[in-house]
Design a protein around this ligand. Structure first.
Ligand code: BGC
Length: 260
């Protein structure tokens, strides 16, 4: 299937690295003009942009801490003035936070995870919807996680943020559907990026992780980016208010392949 997004404007938060960078590249390869949001790492954002423009695509970098509502507002104003109002928003920026039991963790660290993963997605979606509703068109895709349903010791803020993001997705989808706008989520499993480098660079931890995945391997960023490009295109026109899992079967309870 030839997926085309010509004439569409897309904003990808956290687009300077990991899954977000692959999404930005994939959307641009399908013809969308892409705004690559980043925080701090200008060099990575520039590399993403030049990777796109070198291949004949259109992209710009926009800096904003998505957890800061005023910064998000300013970013959308910049987007309006450059590429134009977004047709596609990918809420990808997110952090795991550092592992600590819920009774030990510093509440400020806990709060930061919720502010980036949940409030950040809310602030960006709010700005996007204010532009999409009057135009009666648009797609918002939230990057959730298998941890919207799988508990994860040491990561209570992360799991809570992703579970909440799932209901935010469903509720915004219900609100926006009468305006022809789709809101959905994709829940990746263990995708090999910097976020989980400590796991895949340690053979012992990697063995343990592989046992949690029926397909027996981590996913690659392109395996998520391709799916997302399809879902935000007309190919996904009937998908809204739900989470699509792309996890190599992680949520298929691999422990039940024996016993029970
Ligand atoms: C986390 C990764 C983790 C994966 C599987 C993701 O949501 O960001 O760090 O490897 O879930 O547990």
């Amino acid at each position: 299937m030839n997926i085309r997004l010509d004439g569409k404007v897309a904003l990808v938060t956290g687009g300077s690295g990991g899954i977000g960078q692959a999404i930005a590249r994939s959307l641009a390869a399908s013809g969308a003009s892409v705004a690559v949001n980043y925080i701090g790492n200008r060099a990575s954002a520039d590399a993403t942009v030049s990777g796109i423009t070198d291949e004949g695509g259109k992209a710009i970098a926009l800096e904003a801490d998505i957890a800061d509502m005023t910064a998000v507002q300013a970013m959308f104003a910049q987007l309006d003035a450059t590429l134009g109002a977004p047709d596609i928003l990918i809420n990808c920026a997110g952090i795991d936070g550092h592992g600590a039991l819920s009774w030990d963790i510093d509440p400020a660290a806990w709060r930061r995870v919720i502010e980036v993963n949940l409030f950040g997605s809310f602030y960006c979606s709010r700005q996007a919807l204010q532009r999409m509703v009057p135009r009666k068109s648009g797609v918002i895709l939230n990057i959730s996680s298998v941890h919207e349903t799988i508990a994860w010791t040491g990561y209570s803020a992360y799991t809570s943020s992703k579970a909440a993001l799932s209901m935010l997705t469903k509720t915004m989808a219900q609100e926006a559907a009468p305006f022809g706008i789709r809101v959905l989520a994709v829940a990746p499993g263990a995708i090999q990026t910097d976020i989980n480098k400590s796991v895949w660079s340690d053979p012992e931890q990697m063995r343990d992780l592989a046992e949690k995945i029926p397909l027996g391997r981590m996913g690659q960023v392109q395996e998520i980016a391709g799916l997302i490009t399809f879902l935000v295109s007309d190919g996904g026109s009937y998908v809204t208010g739900t989470t699509v899992f792309a996890d190599g079967g992680m949520t298929d309870y691999p422990d039940f392949s024996h016993g029970g």
